[in-house]
Design a protein around this ligand. Structure first.
Ligand code: KG4
Length: 348
């Protein structure tokens, strides 16, 4: 079965072609960094307009690279939510129209499920840019998965490719959002995560004692708004005293505070559930400190840790095509032309 995956939930327009869950034939991503950079964050109206311009060329490129035509496609799978509704509607409506015109079934995919299953894109036959560098072992069900991105920070139990249950989630900001806001406070640009992470490499993670929010004992929920405020207060204090800002140390200390909480809570969740495998996904899962520390702590705790290649952590359509394939094969749930997009995930 040939699957066309489409993703447009935020600021990336993406399309991919897969052969069942066995082979990724193409994966094309068009980012909108230039559109939003000067605003220091995503402007929803501009994001929707950019998706409208990009969607057809991106799909055409994915089909061309995979050497298939639209009439060869057996299933269209598009992100139905969560995300910015204006952005979602572009990809989802495009997918429904293409499916209708070509008489192909279409499935609406929860973006979070894409992140939860992205690890399965790892396959010897999958053309995966990151895989040669990083050996990944496939997790066994049930496993504990941390989804950590610009819009979500949640821990799930994944019991099968269609069975997910929430164990904990952020009560305020997502971790990626905190990275983006700290970058903005420091005037570092957008998107903040990769820039803060780069600066952090030459800073001291113990230089500034930023708070770790553990919440109630044993809680698997997260909170990052206090940390964000703490960074802002620190910057303001330095400015008032005319002290130079040690940007690298701020980035490293902030990153360490986020990573400590993400890693320890995910490990607690796995141990509580008796799972042997931990998986991470979402844009922040591309963070090298998080990847390193999660691996080290899992090894200490006798847990296995599976990390998708960074290119499959950030938004992409390959994971949507894969999740859509499983959904179609296991549940057979297809959408109709009047099925709507959703801004919040029913899983969260
Ligand atoms: O999954 P994603 O591409 O989009 C969604 O939010 O769904 O994640 C984007 C988020 C942004 O907040 C970005 O700053 C963050 O992931 N991010 C990172 C890194 N790469 C992307 N955060 C920390 N370190 C990184 N290397």
């Amino acid at each position: 079965m040939l699957i066309l995956g489409i993703e447009s939930s935020c600021d990336d327009t993406a399309a991919a072609v897969l052969k069942d869950d066995q082979k990724l034939l193409s994966s094309v991503i068009s980012s909108q960094f230039d559109v939003h950079a000067k605003y220091g964050g995503i402007v929803p109206e501009l994001a929707s307009r950019s998706h409208v311009q990009a969607i057809w060329p991106v799909v055409e490129e994915a089909l061309f690279t995979a050497n298939v035509r639209l009439k060869d496609i057996d299933l269209v799978a598009a992100t139905q939510g969560p995300g910015l509704v204006g952005s979602l509607l572009v990809g989802f409506t495009f997918a429904k129209a293409v499916a209708l015109v070509n008489n192909i079934p279409c499935v609406g995919v929860d973006h979070l499920v894409g992140h939860l299953l992205a690890i399965k894109l790892k396959n010897e036959s999958v053309k995966n840019e990151g895989l040669e560098k990083e050996q990944i072992e496939l997790p066994e069900y049930p496993y504990t998965a941390l989804v950590v991105s610009g819009g979500n920070t949640s821990i799930f139990t994944v019991s099968s490719c269609t069975d997910f249950s929430l164990q904990g989630r952020t009560r305020d900001d997502a971790a990626g959002e905190a990275f983006d806001k700290v970058a903005k406070m420091l005037g570092l640009g957008y998107p903040g995560g990769p820039i803060v992470s780069k600066k952090a490499e030459s800073g001291d993670p113990r230089a500034i004692k930023f708070p770790r929010s553990w919440l109630d004992k044993g809680s698997l929920d997260f909170s990052f708004s206090g940390l964000k405020t703490s960074v802002l207060n620190y910057i303001n204090r330095c400015n008032q005293k005319n002290d130079p800002l040690a940007v690298e140390d701020i980035c490293a200390s902030f990153e360490q505070a986020v990573v400590d909480v993400l890693v320890e809570k995910t490990i607690t969740a796995a141990k509580k559930s008796g799972h042997k495998d931990i998986v991470i996904g979402g844009g922040v899962a591309a963070n090298s400190k998080l990847r390193r520390q999660m691996k080290e702590r899992c090894a200490e705790e006798g847990l296995r840790c599976a990390l998708p290649a960074p290119v499959f952590c950030t938004d992409n359509a390959a994971m949507i095509g894969l999740a859509g394939y499983y959904q179609f094969m296991e549940l057979g749930t297809t959408v109709t032309p009047d099925t709507d997009a959703f801004s919040r995930s029913p899983l969260n």
